[in-house]
Design a binder for this molecule. Sequence first.
Ligand SMILES: [Zn+2]
Length: 154
Amino acid sequence: MSSRALEQYIENMKQKHENTTYEVVKSDEQWRESLTAEEYRVLRRAGTERAFTGRYHDSKDDGVYVCAGCGNPLFDSQSKFDSGSGWPSYVEPIAANAVEEREDRSLFFVRTEVRCRRCGGHLGHVFTDGPEPTGLRYCMNSAAMSFSGRGANA
Ligand SMILES: [Zn+2]
């Protein structure tokens, strides 16, 4: 390994390590106990719910979508749009640091995985075929999120 390659390797490992440090850390056992089977499958096993089966793909309610694993606010309903995909879709997260994006090579093409920045839970993927203003489509799993209506506590 050349010194340049070694430097690159160390840099990559550092980044990997940084990316795996989350504010909310639980053992696999604890996650299993605190989530429903479907939430666990999506959030902790990077599963994908079947299109049109989730509770939020069709929802137009006004409020905020939070992580089902840790309650971290993820998406505002104002950024939600009807993608026709069968999964809840958004043009942007509620805040830049709400989510974490990483390369996913689990299929034969590269996708960008979206995770909760607070607990590392898998939420879905982001694609570049979304509408204006961002051109992005955050394609999420309903099972990874809980909805909190804005009027509920007013
Ligand atoms: Zn979370």
